[in-house]
Ligand binder design. Structure first.
Ligand code: OMP
Length: 241
């Protein structure tokens, strides 16, 4: 993957629920942050007007709605979000190969129809809030999380997706299996100054990049800090190592 600036790799999660909070927060954070993630809380409350606002501010958008349904339904949902012209969106890898293939085809169909750059379509593997104990005892898996993540990443690549969401702890394994051009978007990033909250598989910003993460998702350590602009600057600094 070509050399990217750290600011092209940092995605700030906007886990708020009004357009006015988005406006305030993005104004406070300022020009240092290029990428924002819009998740379910915000999109279900405010819908496409959030996307419009972020576009007006010239921001890149990861629309994180984590689709998980039968192939036909997911293909339709991907078409709807691709038409919004977002830069990145996601489905759950556990929906299976056919579901991911149909999602990838639908995404490209929209890009061809509208003559736009295709949205990067990525697959969520094992959520960063899950640890090995929960994975086995509650979810009933017998494998190591890292093995399951690598297997799902390979399947996502085979389906034609552009990358995965995983914890940085699995980034090395994914890179080994899927190559340098495959996106590895890692939440569960915790800079030195913040608490882990409900995240279980966490890593420091510079370590995550060293392991092969291509993008870091950071929410509360920036958005819930007293000075979000300063916290974003500190995260960018910590990304330098
Ligand atoms: O798909 C995601 O973005 C995601 C996947 C995952 O495994 N873990 C995870 O935390 N996320 C998202 O990443 C963000 C992390 O936020 P913080 O824990 O506040 O930094 C949240 O918006 C989550 O929805």
């Amino acid at each position: 993957m070509k050399k990217m600036k750290n600011s092209d790799r940092l995605i700030v999660a906007l886990d708020v629920n009004t357009v006015s909070e988005v406006h305030e927060l993005t104004e406070k954070i300022g020009e240092n942050v290029i990428w924002y993630k819009v998740g379910m809380e915000l999109f279900y409350a405010e819908g496409p007007k959030v996307i419009e606002l972020l576009k007006q501010k010239n921001k890149k958008i990861f629309l994180d709605l984590k689709f998980h349904d039968i192939p036909n339904t997911v293909a339709g949902a991907v078409k709807s979000v691709a038409k919004l012209g977002v830069d990145m969106c996601n489905v759950h890898a556990s929906g299976g190969l056919e579901m991911m293939k149909r999602a990838a085809d639908a995404n490209l169909e929209v890009a061809n129809q509208l003559q736009i750059t295709p949205t990067k379509l990525i697959a969520v593997t094992v959520l960063t809030s899950i640890d090995q104990e929960i994975f086995e005892k509650e979810l009933g898996f017998e494998s190591r999380i890292s093995d399951k993540v690598s297997a799902w990443a390979k399947m996502a690549k085979e389906a034609g997706l552009n990358g995965v969401v995983a914890s940085a702890q699995e980034a090395e394994g994914i890179k080994g299996k899927c190559g340098d051009d495959f996106l590895i978007v890692t939440p569960g990033i915790r800079p030195s100054f913040s608490a882990s909250n409900d995240q279980k598989r966490i890593m420091r910003p510079s370590d995550a990049l060293a392991k092969g993460a291509t993008h870091l998702v950071v929410g509360r350590p920036i958005t819930q800090s007293e000075n979000p602009a300063r916290s974003a600057e500190l995260v960018l600094k910590e990304m330098e190592g």
